[in-house]
Ligand binder design. Structure first.
Ligand SMILES: [Zn+2]
Length: 207
């Protein structure tokens, strides 16, 4: 199976579905391609290099086992300005993937919603699943497709998130190891498995 994981920002994919990706790559269940649309040059601690998040993204993807990962350089917080360019990029990838992961529509962040909308628009014949972005979710509790995994994959997710030293420096609450492990346990309770992530079913095609 071929999966395309899309994010607005460099850390979106790891936060939303890092353990699922780890599991799928580790078990060779899927080949994963990752694309994000902004490098968040303005979201680094004062005095840190502008390409910090780009480098952290590359390291985190390596930890998850994703070899095909890259970041476009559109403006953070203003992806809607370039939404047609983003859609054209996605149109160029039509037919290449079996499943697309993207930010959920149960969200309030403008960049997440832009990627969500353009993915929904571009991949009309493909399964599209929306992952959580906890700091800006609004109603994600209704998402109902569960992905279970082993403690190993959770620890790979924790390790991938630790690559984002800039975001720890900025004290992003949703980056803490304890939060990541707790969310997996809470989501697991919902589907009667020790650990899980979950997805919004945006489109599922039965053939
Ligand atoms: Zn984000």
């Amino acid at each position: 199976m071929k999966i395309l994981a899309l994010g607005a920002h460099p850390d979106d994919i790891e936060i939303g579905c890092g353990a699922t990706i780890s599991k799928m790559v580790r078990t060779k269940e899927a080949e994963v391609t990752a694309r994000v649309f902004t490098q968040c040059r303005d979201a680094v601690p004062k005095g840190w290099a502008e390409d910090t998040l780009l480098k952290e993204f590359a390291m985190a993807m390596q930890v998850l086992g994703v070899s095909d990962a890259s970041a476009y350089d559109y403006s953070n917080k203003a992806l809607y300005v370039d939404r047609q360019a983003i859609l054209d990029i996605l149109y160029g990838m039509q037919g290449e993937f079996d499943v697309v992961f993207c930010p959920s529509g149960f969200n309030s962040n403008q960049d997440h919603l832009t990627v969500h909308e353009e993915a929904k628009r571009a991949f009309r014949g493909t399964a599209v699943l929306g992952y959580t972005s906890p700091a800006s979710d609004y109603g994600f509790a209704r998402a109902a497709i569960y992905s279970t995994f082993m403690p190993y994959d959770l620890e790979i997710k924790v390790k991938a998130l630790r690559c984002y030293k800039s975001q720890f420096e900025l004290k992003r609450q949703y980056f803490g190891d304890e939060y990541t492990r707790s969310l997996a346990a809470v989501t697991g309770v919902e589907c009667w498995h020790p650990l899980a992530e979950k997805f919004e079913p945006i489109r599922y095609v039965i053939r």
